[in-house]
Design a protein around this ligand. Sequence first.
Ligand code: NDP
Length: 267
Amino acid sequence: MTFGWQEAPDGDFAVIGDPISHSKSPQMHEAAYRELGLSYRYFAIQVPSGEVTSALDKLREQGYLGVNVTVPHKEEALTWAQNVEPLALAVRAANTFRLSDRSCINTDAPGFLDTLEELELTNKKVLVLGAGGTARAISYALIHKGYDIQLFNRTRSRAVSLANDLGLPTSDVIETADPSGTGLIVNTTSASLNSHALPILWDRAANDAVAYDMMYANPVTPFLASASQYGLRTVDGLGMLAAQGARSFEWWLGIKAPRLAMLEAIR
Ligand code: NDP
């Protein structure tokens, strides 16, 4: 069930975004509370752009403890925070807010790295598609883990600006989405949200490359459907959702998250 922020019921935790009705975060966090015998409530709350700070003020007044922030508010919500951890500052995006002291962190970047460990990649060359908040967070994380990244975005100037911020040469922003030589192709665009396909030259991808979509869809996103047709290994965004959610849970509550129960609740 989704609420507008002005009508949000009293609760403990929430995810805010626009759109938000597709979010699996409530079922995932509530599964964690059930697993551990906790009585918290977690809601999905719709907040239009431009209203994020008012919504956070209201949720705080209502007694909410923590809020996850998703598309398209990860930058706007930062303006509300008074304590921003260094990683969120560096990537200019936070997805996890504690309302009592107006502090925030980014769990997307470490959550993404959690999921990469399971892939056991040997080829460390990565093509990142997109140049929004998620691309910023995961590119930063990849570079700090020694991966060699290239960027491709529909609006090239945004990818160039991201490359500059990351200290990459402009030559790492490619004109066509050509995955030649890469071990991992990560789709951070919201194209899958609208079922749009991306102009990727799949026939140039190596057979052992992995296609990783931050999004998830039933049965599958257009990005992963195309990758499968070309024989690539595919990974959807559900593992990442569980990983970033578990890290939010642990930061808010200071107890270990039941990661398996969280993943099972959304699979
Ligand atoms: P932003 O709005 O910051 O960025 C969106 C990006 O998508 C931009 O690069 C934009 O390109 C591109 N884009 C949008 N529509 C299209 C299209 N039709 N064709 C090509 N490119 C397009 O979003 P975020 O970075 O915050 O989030 C991106 C996605 O990642 C979302 O779908 C989100 O749900 C998902 N996500 C999933 C997580 C998980 O746990 N699984 C965690 C975090 C994010 P342009 O610059 O040209 O506009």
